[in-house]
Design a protein around this ligand. Structure first.
Ligand code: ADP
Length: 187
């Protein structure tokens, strides 16, 4: 666990389904009906009530699917979290199709949803950097800028943000990128 902003912003490596936080963010796809990667892991660990709630979201609020950059919450089922906030990151094409803005929007929408629900702690995965192919270093720059801004300026109910990587080398790349941007608070 690396503390990037004391008592406010932490990064770690592990399985996000094991994290205790008020909300866990899911890197979902627009269908909200499950997928691989984090999405598959969250549905597998959290159980069928999450899928049932996603189906309801589709029926009631998002008949055409959750658009990229948006976020919507459901129960967290059997997870240790209270909420799962499903967000859809951009699929990386060539960087000129609004991918950076959509990635930022996925983090901002998820945070807004967490604030609306009164969450104190929120855990994020590295949205779009798996199957969706977003370059990890560019994602690190965008995610650091976005989350550090949110947690220091306008956190609402949110006291702590965790960014959870699945591979130690991804966490290392993130921390290295933050350092190169002059933002790493701890030695
Ligand atoms: P996307 O489709 O948005 O790219 P993926 O789930 O394919 O989403 O990958 C996003 C990131 O989540 C990847 O960096 C991957 O290594 C990571 N990941 C996969 N499973 C888990 C998990 N159980 N906990 C945390 N991170 C995970």
């Amino acid at each position: 666990m690396t503390e990037l902003i004391p008592e406010k912003f932490y990064v770690c490596t592990g399985d996000i389904t094991k994290i205790q936080a008020d909300a866990v963010v899911n890197a979902a796809n627009s269908s909200l009906l499950g997928g691989g990667g984090v999405d598959g892991a969250i549905h597998a660990a959290g159980g069928r009530t999450i899928l049932a709630a996603c189906r309801q979201l589709r029926e009631i609020r998002y008949p055409d699917g959750l658009p990229p950059g948006a976020a919507a919450a459901t129960t967290a089922g059997r997870l240790r979290a209270t909420w799962v906030i499903h967000t859809v990151g951009p699929v990386w094409k060539d960087g000129t199709r609004g991918e950076p803005e959509l990635l930022e929007s996925a983090y901002r929408s998820s945070t807004a949803e967490a604030q609306r629900l009164g969450c104190g702690t929120v855990a994020f995965p590295a949205v779009s950097t798996g199957a969706y192919g977003f370059p990890k270093k560019l994602a690190a720059e965008i995610v650091w800028r976005t989350l550090s801004e949110i947690i220091t300026e306008n956190p609402g109910s949110i006291r702590k943000i965790y960014l959870v990587f699945f591979a130690a080398k991804d966490e290392e790349l993130f921390v290295k990128t933050v350092r190169s941007l002059g933002g790493y608070a701890c030695p």
